[in-house]
Design a protein around this ligand. Structure first.
Ligand code: FAD
Ligand code: N01
Length: 541
């Protein structure tokens, strides 16, 4: 009998299950709900002390989603859709975490989630055809593992000389104290200007005495135009959820926009028409801005035109031309994950907000009193690392996974992640990755992507059970084909042209390979087709 802490009631025997799911974010919770409903003995192990994943860890000031609330939510249960009320166009982190908790309560998920349990090692036991998971709370054995460990769940804290000598507190946006942080009266340094920083900087600036932002690469951001959610709009979604969900899933990023997607080329439009279209979308806010044309991430000339529109906006919003110049990016727009903001550029008009450009002269070291750049010490009382994540592979590789023949996942992925459909890995039978590298994942609204993966995995496990099949494993040829396919699709776009975490470029020494796959609907079709064709590309035994 399992005691719920990874060991059996005698204290030594492993906890044995059909499926162990790692992670209790939206992916792990939905996996548990689905697999339990299908009669599998499934448990979740989670290192945190509660559910929510991303929304449990990222509690920094200003944290919120940038996919609109009515769409950044589960679709699997119409009753859940109807009963939950969202309060803003884009929900804040506390509200999303409340939603995750509501889901856990509503479906009584916690009874099968083992919290404060970190998976440290995962080995395939060839003779028994079982996975063995070593955790800090005991051992688990299972026929199948589902890695619901998230794409953005391992923080990246750059190594700065002297960081440990800093006299004040330091925080990472992705591991924020639950009790919150009071910055009032303090001089705060924020390192980084990615999505997390873009959200946090205006809120921290409103609270602290002085704010110094250390910027390595200026970022494009578009107004979110967050606001209380119009009750009529919420009612409209609830009345038409089935049709609207279907519409979402037919879009390449699995979300619908407030204005129609237009497929013509930005470079072909006359000046006036171009500006009118962009202005309208700038005012509406959100990702609809990038869907004004079909070729923003496909054609360099069109991309440059859209980028210049945002650069001009920065010049209009920011009063001091020198500050505006420092904030103005010159790289490809939307090549890194696009940001949405509330008063980001405006924040730099405030006299107590300073910007230090660390592109040419990197942060030299951290001193006890502050951050040193090019021989100048910038005194701060607290440092916020908004320096992102070892994305997509970092969490999986830290679990020390070994597959068939003792091959380490780290070695198999030495030249970048290799998967078939982002769901399976050759040599790692019965291991599924939810929103793994090679799937649309972070290029899409992630909750639909998560649901699609979990549904596929669940269907697969039922099929295997019905056929008394013990193992399923990606075939090396299918995996090689899929890696080439992902690269070929990415190469049709401008995504690989800048130093983004999509490519692993943010982590020193990480192999540069474009990891997610653009395009949700064609991907879903391929997954369906593979399953219907007796799991083509997977070896069943
Ligand atoms: P996670 O939520 O990351 O959950 C993974 C879980 O696995 C975590 O709880 C972690 O503790 C656990 N875990 C990891 N390793 C281990 C281990 N070794 N042992 C035990 N447990 C482990 N996506 C969107 O589509 N729209 C958005 O607007 C959006 N906003 C975001 C905002 C922020 C600040 C961030 C960081 C990400 C955002 N994302 C957004 C992406 C977001 O990660 C996904 O939408 C989604 O929440 C991922 O859910 P998940 O369950 O796959 O992974
Ligand atoms: O991380 P990032 P993030 N010295 O990697 C800088 C999701 N998300 O946490 O650009 C100085 O984007 C780095 O500089 P550079 C979303 O998918 C969504 O902000 O590498 N600076 C960069 O400016 C997002 O993409 C929301 O030159 C250093 C920053 O740190 C993903 O999470 C909100 C440095 C890191 O930016 C990650 O976002 C938040 C160094 N040594 C997050 N190392 C939504 O709004 C790194 N940097 C939905």
């Amino acid at each position: 009998m399992s005691t719920g802490d990874g060991v059996s009631s005698n204290g030594h025997e492993p906890s044995v299950h059909d499926v162990v799911v790692v992670g209790a974010g939206f992916a792990g919770m939905y996996a548990l709900y689905t697999l339990r409903g299908l009669g599998f003995d499934a448990v979740v192990v989670e290192r945190a002390d509660d559910v929510g994943g991303t929304w449990y860890w990222n509690r920094y000031p200003g944290a919120r989603c940038d996919v609109e609330s009515m769409q950044y939510s589960y679709s699997f249960d119409p009753e859940l859709e109807q009963e939950w009320e969202w309060s803003e166009r884009y929900s804040g982190q506390p509200e999303i975490l409340r939603y995750a908790n509501h889901v856990a309560d509503r479906y009584d998920l916690r009874r099968d989630i083992h919290f404060e349990t970190t998976v440290q090692r995962v080995d395939w036991d060839e003779d028994a055809c079982r996975w063995v998971l070593q955790t800090d709370r005991g051992t688990y054995r299972a026929r199948f593992v589902v890695m619901a460990t998230g794409c953005l769940s391992t923080t990246n804290v750059p190594r700065f000389d002297g960081a440990e000598t800093f006299a004040g507190p330091t925080f990472h946006t992705g591991n924020w104290p639950h009790e919150g942080v009071d910055f009032s009266g303090l001089s705060v340094g924020v390192i980084g200007t990615g999505s997390s920083a873009v959200q946090a900087i205006p809120v921290i600036a409103a609270e602290c005495r002085e704010l110094t932002v250390f910027q390595r690469t200026p970022n494009y951001t578009v107004p979110a135009r967050n606001q209380p959610l119009d009750p009529d709009e919420q009612a409209h979604w609830k009345q038409n959820y089935r049709e609207l969900r279907a519409e979402m899933f037919a879009q390449r990023a699995a979300m619908v926009q407030r204005l129609p997607d237009i497929e013509d080329a930005a470079k072909d439009l006359g000046e006036q028409e171009f500006n009118e279209r962009m202005e309208e979308r700038w005012e509406v806010g959100g990702f609809t801005f990038y869907r004004a044309f079909g070729d923003v991430v496909l054609d360099a000339e069109s991309n440059e035109r859209v980028a210049q529109f945002v650069r001009d906006k920065i010049g209009e919003v920011v009063d001091d031309p020198e500050m505006a110049a420092k904030l103005t990016p010159h790289n490809t727009i939307a090549c890194k994950r696009p940001c949405l903001d509330t008063n980001y550029y405006e924040t730099f008009n405030q006299p107590h907000v300073h910007l230090v450009d660390v592109s040419a002269t990197p942060i030299e070291r951290i001193s006890p009193a502050g951050v040193v750049v090019d021989g100048t010490e910038y005194p701060v009382d607290a440092i916020v690392y908004a320096t992102g994540f070892d994305a997509m592979t970092g969490t999986l590789l830290r679990m020390n996974i070994t597959g068939r023949g003792g091959v380490r996942l780290a070695d198999h992925w030495d030249a970048g992640p290799r998967t078939y459909l982002g769901l399976g890995v050759a040599g790692f039978p019965n291991m599924f990755t939810v929103s793994g590298p090679g799937s649309p994942s972070v290029l899409s609204n992630m909750i639909p992507s998560i649901e699609q993966h979990v549904d596929w995995i669940a269907r697969c496990l039922v099929d295997l059970r019905e056929r008394s099949t013990t193992t399923i494993e990606a075939e090396p040829d299918a995996e090689a084909y899929w890696v080439d396919h992902v690269n070929a699709v990415a190469d049709l776009t401008l995504y690989p042209t800048c130093n983004s975490w999509y490519l692993g470029a943010n982590i020193p020494g990480k192999t540069r390979v474009f990891m997610p796959l653009p395009g949700f609907p064609p991907y879903v079709e391929i997954c369906e087709d593979v399953a219907s064709d007796n799991y083509r590309g997977f070896a069943l035994a």
